[in-house]
Design a protein around this ligand. Structure first.
Ligand SMILES: [Zn+2]
Length: 357
């Protein structure tokens, strides 16, 4: 009798455990070919969330004086010019003007341009310290002028590549952004940080380990709610279902996928804290979001598929890897009244803004 009761109780507990497990099972089996995944985009972030960002930002310390460090800025630096394959020698602050003007539209808010100036200077110092004899890909110079490092162009090249009147309208603003933040860099626990940035996060930035291999304490996922002006906040790539299948099969030839079974064969795997796709399963084969991004030339790994008849649309949110500072998010914050220090402290977790000797 007691044995029988224990058996029944055990079965009940077992059923309860299974029930709880079912409730907490992750979205692995969610078929997202038909059902759009519900991920927030910048445009969809609520006023409540925006308020929280504002509250958080006002908590930031606002030092009147920027702390001085023992780090020194060299008088001259070497830059490998990727266009001419020559190493040039230039003053760092001059180099920074050419970086800021290349990496951010000059009509951005001055506070966003200042944030980019500090970021560019930090990146330069980080590279100088890491590669004092030059980067292995361009020996003799710790930085190059291409996207491999941070983009730099000479003043003449900038004038030539912009519309008439650009120099007269914007150069003083670029100079002000660099000069007014002169010598300022970002550190974490006293060390110069690697200040990654990207164009548009799509509503939330990424944890570094979800994009690159290492977890970096100052490259954490944070909200980025003011990106509504970003031209590539929402975008899409369209093709026929046959083309879509052909492309996937060009890399994974043995997959059993056809126009009739796509909706069953594609399933969502893991999603990052930043709302981007880490993995999907196609016919039970795991494919990373990054592979899909490069295969279909997508703006980001925050994507969805929408199939209608023989057409497939891959809809994307954001532009770039999503780690560190969102440039359009920085401009949006600046337009909301945040200064460059608040912007930098928002996108780079627990960093300090310090001044070189
Ligand atoms: Zn480089």
């Amino acid at each position: 009798m007691i044995k029988g009761l224990v058996f029944v109780l055990n079965r009940l507990i077992y059923a309860l455990v299974i029930f709880i497990m079912l409730l907490t099972i992750p979205n692995i089996s969610l078929n997202f070919l038909e059902k759009k995944i519900n991920m927030p985009s910048a445009a969809e972030i609520t006023d409540d969330k925006k308020d929280r960002i504002i509250e958080k930002a006002t908590e930031y310390e606002k030092p009147d004086k920027i702390e001085k460090t023992n780090i020194t800025e060299p008088e001259l630096i070497k830059v490998f010019n990727s266009k001419t394959n020559e190493v040039i020698v230039i003053e760092p602050e001059e180099y920074l003007k050419g970086v800021v003007a290349s990496e951010m539209p000059a009509d951005f808010n001055i506070e966003a341009l200042k944030a980019q100036s500090v970021t560019a200077r930090t990146y330069l110092l980080y590279r100088l310290k890491k590669y004092p004899e030059g980067h292995p890909d361009h020996m003799g110079a710790p930085v190059c002028s291409g996207i491999h490092c941070q983009v730099w162009a000479s003043k003449d090249d900038l004038i030539a590549s912009h519309e008439d009147g650009w120099y007269e309208e914007y150069w003083a603003k670029i100079e002000e952004a660099v000069n007014s933040t002169s010598g300022q860099i970002l550190t974490y626990e006293g060390k110069i940080i690697e200040p990654l940035f990207h164009s548009t996060s799509g509503g939330r930035t990424e944890n570094s380990e979800d994009v690159f291999s290492t977890a970096v304490p100052y490259l954490r996922s944070v909200e980025s709610p003011y990106e509504s002006e970003a031209p590539k906040l929402h975008d899409s790539v369209n093709m026929t279902v046959d083309e879509f299948i052909r492309k996937i099969k060009s890399v994974y030839e043995n997959l059993d996928i056809s126009p009739d079974n796509l909706d069953e064969k594609i399933q969502l795997g893991e999603v990052s804290e930043g709302g981007k796709i880490k993995t999907i399963y196609v016919d039970n084969t795991e494919i990373t979001g990054r592979e899909m991004r490069s295969l279909f030339n997508l703006n980001s790994t925050d994507f969805n598929f929408i199939q209608s008849g023989n057409e497939i649309e891959i809809v994307t949110n954001g532009y770039g890897h999503g780690v560190g500072m969102s440039q359009w998010g920085a401009d949006g914050m600046a337009d909301k009244g945040f200064d460059y220090k608040e912007i930098l402290k928002h996108y780079f977790t627990d960093i300090k803004i310090v001044s070189m000797k």
